[in-house]
Design a protein around this ligand. Structure first.
Ligand SMILES: [Zn+2]
Length: 384
């Protein structure tokens, strides 16, 4: 049993600040009450006890290509098979790839992240490399794989279905680059197989305005409409979503991962976060490709809050940004994580409170040196 006492605890789905003790047994939050401390006691006086952060979209595999290609067109950097990053990945020895991924994993732990959702390329081998990088690093990985054959326009259905099943055996779902590269029929098979097997089908959609227009001209539908019709449950970006896209997202009950720092870096716009929130869309947050961004969710939260207010010239509540990095992930994945409640996984961080407002203290002020403890799956990873 672990007791965390004397902190300001951000309780439940609304992240409501309360002064209560939190009790952990094995990997679970078993009690939040004013009850007597027992077992190992962690004194969180002067600190915020918050759910650990979840990075809902990252490409860890590109850690070796940090800050390459700045200012080049996106296609030139990331389009397979001869994008700049693909050349770097081909030329880098496997052990160096793994080392750079491990560095990023450590960066995530040092910045309060307990769980991440990775878009993993390279088929079975790609997933195995990430698993190797994860060895001995206590972080929860939700790996969404993909197969090279998904890009092959001539592959037949049975081949594709077999490849989908192969990758789903070793991953928690499939993450697709987007409709520019994958045929609609392939995308439909992928989403269907994922859903039938209780896995997550995810895809980049509506990132680039030109691609959205092209999609409309060629198929009569936007990328977002095609993704929804195919059955995807996690859409990434939506920077250039139309109002109609957003209304359809509500009907289909899918979640959207926003990556505003990535969109800013690539000059693709800023996702309509306030508009989506007003409509009631379940929003998540990710740092996207390590090539472009550090995998630091505190940086992502601060940018998200301020760019949203700047863009709309309206107030946006900070607690909603923190929910994107915590509570909303439970809703999107159906997993019992993301909020401090009895019965949920014990994933939490203990962070020095720097300002009077605990939520803004996290978003505006916190650096890794202020995180004095991180607990993932009930295990104490560090406690300064
Ligand atoms: Zn991405």
């Amino acid at each position: 049993m672990i007791t965390i006492q004397n902190g300001t605890l951000l309780y439940g789905e609304n992240l409501l600040p309360v002064t209560k003790n939190l009790f952990i047994q094995d990997n679970e939050i078993v009690e939040i009450s004013e009850g007597r401390a027992r077992g190992k006691i962690i004194n969180a006086k002067g600190c915020i006890v918050a759910p650990a952060l979840v990075n809902s979209h990252i490409h860890l595999g590109d850690s070796v290509a940090r800050d390459i290609g700045d200012g080049e067109p996106l296609d030139k950097i990331v389009k397979p098979p001869n994008g700049i990053k693909h050349r770097i990945l081909r030329e880098t020895p496997r052990e160096d790839l793994i080392k750079s991924m491990r560095d990023s994993l450590q960066d995530m732990i040092q910045t309060g992240t307990s769980t991440f959702v990775d878009f993993r390329e390279g088929g079975v081998e790609g997933v195995e490399i990430l698993r190797e990088a994860l060895e001995d690093i206590p972080i929860r990985a939700i790996i969404l794989g993909r197969q090279e054959s998904f890009l092959d326009k001539n592959a037949d259905n049975s081949e594709i279905v077999a490849d989908i099943q192969e990758i789903l055996k070793i991953s928690q779902g499939i993450g697709l680059s987007g409709f520019g590269e994958v045929e609609d029929e392939t995308a439909r098979h992928i989403a269907q197989e994922c859903l039938e097997n209780g896995k997550i089908p995810a895809i980049h959609a509506g990132e680039n305005e030109k691609m959205q227009q092209q999609s409309k001209e060629q198929t009569g539908k936007t990328e977002v409409e095609r993704a929804l019709e195919a059955g995807f449950k996690l859409l990434v970006h939506l920077t250039s979503a139309t109002t109609q896209d957003l209304e359809k997202i509500i009907e289909h009950e899918v979640s959207v991962v926003c990556c505003p720092r990535s969109n800013g870096a690539l000059s693709t716009g800023i996702p309509p976060i306030k508009e989506m929130w007003d409509l009631g869309i379940n929003l998540l947050l990710g740092t996207d490709n390590v090539m472009i961004n550090s995998p630091d969710m505190f940086r992502e939260m601060e940018y998200t809050l301020k760019v949203t207010r700047g863009l709309t010239r309206k107030y946006f509540p900070p607690v909603e940004v923190l929910k994107m990095a915590t509570v909303n992930v439970g809703k999107a994945t159906g997993m019992n994580l993301g909020s401090l409640e009895e019965g949920n996984l014990a994933d939490l961080m203990i962070v020095e409170q720097i300002s009077r407002d605990p939520i803004l203290s996290l978003i505006n002020r916190t650096q890794s040196k202020n995180i004095i403890g991180l607990i993932t799956d009930g295990k104490i990873l560090y406690q300064r």
